[in-house]
Write a new protein. Structure first.
Length: 166
């Protein structure tokens, strides 16, 4: 099965088995439609039915069916939450799942300069963490600096911002 990572379980909330989730999506309202999720627990994807999922400020509150005490959900602290990729939202033009960008070769002027190790967001936009022979560096993931993204071919072509690689 192909999964999409959609959240990170930060900690329990209250005493009735609720959990605080850090959403890994730009629209927290998507969580309200979920009936179940997979939790990566002890290196296995465990299907959990939801009693509810409700956005709250910059996090989402989950309640798993049948787990009504803080002690029962504490074991999920620091776990990731997934859905099946086929259940993910349809992406628009120049929208990509971060996990699909990781592992892509990055080329500049026809030469491979490295590989995407991670995707981070520092507020203004997403940034590619590119791993290359002389270390790692962040590069803005923006149409201004990225010429082409081929997820299936695992290739991202970038252009240089004057002096960026100096």
């Amino acid at each position: 099965m192909d999964f999409l990572k959609i959240g990170f379980i930060k900690k329990p909330r209250g005493l009735k088995g609720e959990l605080k989730i850090l959403p890994l999506t730009d629209d927290c309202n998507r969580f309200k439609k979920l009936k179940s999720v997979y939790v990566l627990f002890n290196e296995e994807y465990v299907l959990k039915e939801l009693e509810f999922a409700k956005p709250s400020n910059d996090e989402v509150i989950f309640k798993f069916k049948g787990l009504d005490k803080v002690e029962e959900v504490e074991v999920f602290r620091n776990s990731y939450v997934f859905i099946e990729k086929k259940e993910g939202v349809k992406l628009g033009d120049w929208e990509y799942y971060s996990q699909d960008l990781i592992g892509c070769d990055v080329s500049f002027e026809g030469k491979t300069i490295g590989k995407v190790a991670d995707v981070e967001n520092f507020g203004a936009n997403d940034n590619l963490l590119i791993s290359c022979n002389n270390g790692e560096f962040f590069f803005p993931f923006s149409r201004l600096y990225v010429n082409k993204v081929d997820v299936e071919g695992k290739l991202i072509e970038i252009n240089q911002v004057e002096g960026f690689f100096e």
